[in-house]
Write a protein that binds this ligand. Structure first.
Ligand code: GLA
Length: 672
């Protein structure tokens, strides 16, 4: 089965964009279901996710199934032309599992078992849990393989569980044996001569459980790799059952954006469609850019193919301490932002607001007050307008810029005991992303092992951990004519987390034409003055490095203190290309200047000559999306005659966007 087949799946070919949400009919009496189905149809809903948390209802005791209610739900959806994303409910096992087999319950790093009564209470390595997961997966696959409403399988929910129990310890040891072969190699890779940590027997090796002081960073790095791999193993087992029964039905599991515990690069190729849950934080000025970056990550995870926004909220969530609602127009804006960045499915958590349970106060598509509400009216209107964008389904978002992001490097960077915890991998990603976002320059997010040859500009905001092969590929990319930008504290450790000795960044020193010898974090309240080569000043903060140019030109230097006159930013003509290294954290405007110069090196421009602040511009297929995230009405000059697909109106010379307004401009063929 091809990955990412949703783009060409009959579902989107027939229906255009998918619209819907999580549907939890088990929380409602059956008379409400019919009403739901009618309301869904009226709202243009064409996809619902059913059964994510239904295990206890489907299997009230081990081996006894109650499928009748789910049969009726699927039939009802089918009758109303609504496709079903059918969940495998393994994210929340029934109480009987933990009660009969307590070893299936997860244990935290302090050795405490976590109980049922919530959700996610499973040990990913538990053989019993895995066995019961297989059984319920098989039962669902057998029963619904041929159901006409079945369109996608949805395995589990937001994978991320970790368990430190003895069974997990045994699985960890097996994983380590596979990786290292023998204890001597493990000892060397973990650097166990430090603090008398040498292992003499495999039985001594344990997960990083609570310890008196800092835990061996390589042990923790391997533990993270192992934990992510255990979840992937669980996903694969279920996926394989589903594929065996329904080779043509795509399988997905919902991601959580830049989620630390799971290496999504490893998961992405194992599923047929990438899907994500995204809950942008209302009221945070950085939200539009962070959301855009997250969407670009999803597109990257799918290798550029369309993805599904599996969950978002129509208004306030319930899990922040103070839950701001979304003003009218906001959820529509966010949904269209996802469309613009490659989503073919726009789904919500959840269809009907729960009356009971921990998520009673989470917004939904049908609020507690019912369908006769402004919120539900907006949902219906949004469903209608998505049909006008049907032609966008399946189309790509072309990008000439790539940003490199790597989970292993993220994990390694975040180990305690480093020069500063203020240098943060995802913050660096966002900081370097913002200048592209502000110019409307599309960015693909890629792993370090990606084929970079199609990109004019590649940015690695932080690659603390980098393998030799990936460093060589970045070097070859620049030598081959690409423009490479590398952020601070990159190329520092090898895949074991061992510091590469020599002037840093050791594996990138040659391509960057510069090297360093000291990392020098600075006090938060003391920004450092810097100077561009044209004399203009800017401030940098948090982080500086003692660098020396070795063939590179110094494009900015530190203008005060110990480092006065030393390079802060260098640019090197490397082979046929250009490589930049940034040895500090420039303030946002300065980072904008730097990225502007790198874009000039790469010959890349945005889609419009002028873009007002707070307006996002992104081209998907032939359609140019313009989204106003600001509080003011703006006029955006649009050079080419176009039609706004959302309104059907012509755009001539400019479009006017009120706050939260969106235009989806399809160019008019001249004379057409
Ligand atoms: C996640 C989960 C849902 C629900 C929502 C609430 O996306 O997958 O089950 O808990 O969060 O925002």
């Amino acid at each position: 089965m091809e990955t990412g087949k949703l783009g060409t799946h009959p579902l989107t070919e027939e229906r255009g964009l998918l619209f819907g949400g999580d549907y939890n009919p088990e929380q409602w009496p059956e008379e409400v279901w019919r009403q739901d189905a009618e309301l869904m149809r009226a709202a243009g809903v064409n996809l619902v996710t059913v059964g994510v948390f239904s295990w206890a209802r489907l299997e009230p005791e081990p081996g006894r199934h109650d499928f009748g209610w789910l049969d009726r739900v699927l039939d009802l959806m089918g009758e109303h032309g609504i496709a079903v994303d059918l969940a495998i409910p393994t994210a929340s096992p029934p109480p009987w599992l933990g009660h009969r087999w307590p070893e299936t319950l997860p244990v935290d790093e302090d050795g405490h078992r976590l109980w049922y009564g919530s959700r996610n209470q499973f040990c990913p390595s538990s053989a019993r849990y895995r066995e019961r997961s297989q059984l319920i997966t098989t039962a669902l696959a057998e029963r619904y393989a041929a159901h006409p409403a079945l369109a996608i399988w949805h395995v589990g929910n937001e994978y991320g569980e970790v368990c430190h129990c003895d069974e997990s310890a045994a699985a960890f040891r097996a994983w380590l044996r596979e990786r290292y072969g023998d204890l001597a190699t493990l000892n060397e890779s973990w650097g166990t001569t430090f603090w008398s940590q040498g292992y003499g027997d495999w039985a001594e090796v344990v997960p990083p459980r609570r310890a008196p002081y800092l835990i061996n960073p390589t042990q923790r790095l391997d533990w993270r790799r192992f934990c992510s791999g255990e979840l992937l193993g669980h996903f694969r087992e279920q996926r394989d059952v589903l594929r065996a029964h329904t080779p043509d039905v795509p399988v997905t599991t919902n991601f959580m954006g830049f989620f630390n515990r799971v290496d999504y690069w490893s998961f992405a190729g194992e599923q047929d469609v990438v899907s994500n849950d995204c809950y942008p934080e209302p009221g945070n000025p950085r939200t539009p850019a962070l959301t855009a970056l997250t969407h670009d990550l999803m597109r990257g995870l799918g290798g550029g193919r369309p993805w599904v926004l599996m969950e978002q909220a129509t208004s306030a969530v319930n899990w922040r301490p103070h839950n701001l609602p979304k003003p009218p127009g906001q959820f529509r804006l966010e949904s269209l932002q996802a469309v613009a960045r490659g989503a073919d499915g726009l789904c919500y958590f959840q269809w009907r607001a729960s009356r009971f349970g921990s998520e009673r106060f989470h917004a939904a598509m049908v609020p507690h007050a019912g369908p006769d509400t402004r919120l539900h009216a907006a949902v219906r209107e949004h469903g209608r307008e998505l049909r006008r964008l049907a032609s966008v389904a399946g189309t790509p978002v072309p990008a000439r810029v790539a940003m490199v992001f790597d989970w292993e490097s993220w994990w390694a960077l975040e180990e305690r005991g480093r020069p500063s915890d203020r240098l943060n991998a995802t913050e660096q990603m966002l900081a370097y992303y913002v200048p592209f976002f502000e110019r409307g320059v599309s960015v693909d997010v890629v792993p370090p092992s990606a084929d970079l040859s199609a990109y004019a500009l590649v940015v690695a905001p932080n690659l603390f951990l980098v393998g030799d092969r990936d460093a060589a590929a970045l070097t070859a990319y620049a030598h081959g004519g690409g423009v490479l930008v590398v952020g601070p504290f990159s190329g520092v450790v090898d895949p074991n987390g061992h510091v590469r000795t020599g002037r840093f960044p050791v594996p990138l020193r040659e391509v960057l034409g510069a090297s360093g010898e000291e990392w020098l974090p600075v006090a938060a309240e003391q920004p450092v003055r810097c100077r561009w080569d044209d004399g203009a000043g800017f401030a940098a903060s948090t982080w500086t490095e003692l660098l020396r140019a070795e063939g590179a030109e110094t494009v900015a230097e530190f203008a005060e203190g110990d480092l006065e006159g030393r390079p802060a930013v260098v640019r090197h003509r490397a082979g046929n290309g250009v490589a930049w290294y940034v040895g500090t954290m420039p303030e946002p405007a300065a980072l904008g200047t730097l990225i502007g110069r790198a874009l000039d090196d790469a010959g890349v421009t945005g889609p419009l000559p002028e873009l007002p602040p707070d307006v996002e511009a992104v081209r998907r297929g032939e359609v140019l999306f313009l989204l106003n995230h600001g509080a003011d009405t703006v006029r955006v000059p649009v050079p080419e005659p176009a039609t706004d697909l959302l309104t059907g109106s012509p755009a001539r010379g400019h479009v006017t966007l009120t706050p939260r307004a969106v235009a989806a401009l399809r160019p008019e063929v001249s004379g057409g």
